[in-house]
Every structure is written in structure tokens, then in C-alpha cells.
Design a binder for this molecule. Structure first.
Ligand code: PMP
Length: 285
């Protein structure tokens, strides 16, 4: 029978969830999206995700066809229709149907798609052991290109980074910005711990303004751990006592090796484990 998918203004069967081959979301990656978790049947941090979606849309001059309340209701209906208790929502707004030219303004109606389904986390073993990451040569978008804070449907830059990581046998890529400072991983934000202080690059360094990132910063402050947002170099990461990544799908996951340098003791560190547990509890409470 398949899933029930939200398409524009209603739920349809998966096999009927179709959009035009002339949709600029497909032709050009022109559109925006969000990945959102469902814990205990409830949409997690829905308003933060929708705020980011509308801001991304504003920057690319895309009119989201629904207001926030209607979109929130559509997400909740999709979660219920698919009986999702612990899962993942993919919310997509495309530019809509146009012609073969780039001009977005001839696309009259963006398509709204909501998929609520299971989630593929990293295997449990990787949370225990920690990830291996590598520096990659594909840099994060220059701030004068499509800004890295825009969560657009065009993820090729990050996909190129992921390919580089996979080809070297690593789990994740660390991406730098055009100045050579650390930006983020291909689909997660990056943190280090050094002498008891948590550091993460500022959003201006070219990272997505991660919702998990912001919650983890707040949780760390509640634990009386000092948090600094500052530019980090490859050196800072190599000599860190601990490193971890944050993201909607991954939550909080330790890193134990970067470019062949063992990070800290080569196992997820105590601050990483504590924040992972705090985030786990917070998300499910
Ligand atoms: N950076 C990138 C490039 C991402 O795509 C994501 C989301 N998968 C993140 C960071 C993490 O953001 P969030 O915590 O909001 O999922």
C-alpha cells in the first residue's frame, strides 16, 4: 500500500505522489527543504525548522504556498496518517512547474511535499566506537554564492564532499570555507572540546544554522560547560580532546579519528557522551 504523502493540499497514496518533469526542483535543484524528527509521535522543534524553511525560501525569492499554521497542520496530519511514532519528516517546497529556462518567476505554484517515514541512523556500533572523518577539498559555498545557511534542494557541493569521504573509507567529510576555516561536516555541524571548553565554528564560517547545534549549545550551558563560537582551523581539530557532530538524523555522535590523527583517547569522550545523553533525554521528554 505504501505511505501516505502530503502533496500540495492533501494526502495521497505513495504511487499517486507525482510531480512534473518540468518542476524546477528537479531541473535545477531550485527549492528548499527540511529534515525533521518525530519523537513519541510529536514533531520535534517544528517551529524552528519552519522558521529556517521560510528564511531559506525568502533568500531564494520562493513563495511558500502555505502559511506556517497550515504547514504545521499538514505535517501533523502526515505523521498521523502514517502512524509514525519515532521517525523523520522530509518537507520539500519546490519552485514548481516552469519551462526549460532558468527563470524561476514563470513557475506559478511551488509544490509542497511532506514524507513521514522511518529514519536510518548511523548504526549503534558507530555511536559506541565513534566516527572517522577526513578533510575534503570541496569547500562550503562561498557566502556570495547561494549562502550556506540556505537549506536548498541543491546539495551537490555537500554530495561531492561525501563522495570524497566515502572514497577514502571515512564515515564523514569535514568541509572548510573559502578562507580555510572549518565550516561543518557534509550533513552535520562540528564541535570540539579543548581543556573543558566547547568550540564550534560560527554560522558565518559557512555552516547551516543547525537546530541540533543550537539545542546542544543550550544544553551544554545548562551543564555549566563554557561554549565558544569561533573560527577553527584543521590544527584545532587535530589537537582537540574530543570532537563530535550534531544533526537531526545523527543527534550527537563522537569523532575519534580525523585525517589519520587520533582524536583525544580514540574513543568518544566524556563531554560528548554526556551531551549525547542530555540531548537524547531532551528530545524524548
Ligand atoms: N549542516 C548541513 C549541511 C545539514 O544538511 C544539516 C542537516 N542535516 C546540518 C548541518 C544539521 O542541522 P540540523 O541540526 O538542523 O539537522
Amino acid at each position: 500500500m505504501g505511505l501516505k504523502i502530503w502533496l500540495n493540499d492533501r494526502l495521497v497514496n505513495e504511487r499517486d505522489a507525482k510531480i512534473s518533469v518540468f518542476d524546477h526542483g528537479l531541473l535545477y535543484g531550485d527549492g528548499v527543504f527540511e529534515g525533521i524528527r518525530v519523537y513519541n509521535g510529536k514533531v520535534f522543534e517544528g517551529s524552528a525548522h519552519l522558521k529556517r524553511l521560510y528564511e531559506s525560501a525568502k533568500v531564494i525569492m520562493l513563495d511558500v504556498p502555505m502559511d506556517i499554521d497550515t504547514l504545521t497542520d499538514a505535517m501533523e496530519q502526515t505523521v498521523r496518517a502514517n502512524n509514525v511514532q519515532d521517525g523523520y519528516i522530509r518537507l520539500i517546497v519546490t519552485r514548481g512547474t516552469g519551462d526549460l529556462g532558468l527563470n524561476p518567476f514563470i513557475c506559478k505554484h511551488g509544490a509542497t511535499i511532506i514524507i513521514a517515514s522511518e529514519i536510518q541512523l548511523y548504526p549503534e556500533e558507530l555511536y559506541e566506537k565513534g566516527l572517522r572523518v577526513v578533510s575534503v577539498s570541496s569547500i562550503r559555498n562561498h557566502p556570495l554564492s547561494c549562502p550556506p545557511q540556505v537549506k536548498s534542494l541543491n546539495y551537490l557541493n555537500n554530495i561531492l564532499a561525501k563522495i570524497e569521504a566515502i572514497q577514502t573509507g571515512a564515515d564523514e567529510a569535514i568541509m572548510y570555507n573559502h578562507l580555510g576555516y572549518v565550516a561543518e561536516a557534509s550533513g552535520d555541524n562540528v564541535f570540539i572540546v579543548r581543556e573543558g571548553v566547547i568550540c564550534t565554528p560560527p554560522v558565518q564560517a559557512g555552516s547551516l544554522d543547525g537546530i541540533t547545534r543550537n539545542i546542544v549549545i543550550e544544553l551544554a550551558k545548562k551543564e555549566n560547560i563554557q561554549v565558544e563560537e569561533k573560527d577553527l582551523t584543521r590544527f584545532d581539530l587535530y589537537v582537540a580532546d574530543e570532537m563530535f557532530l550534531t544533526g537531526t538524523a545523527a543527534e550527537v555522535i563522537g569523532v575519534i579519528d580525523m585525517d589519520g590523527r587520533v582524536i583525544g583517547d580514540g574513543v568518544p569522550g566524556p563531554v560528548t557522551k554526556r551531551l549525547r545523553q542530555r540531548f537524547f533525554d531532551y528530545a524524548r521528554s
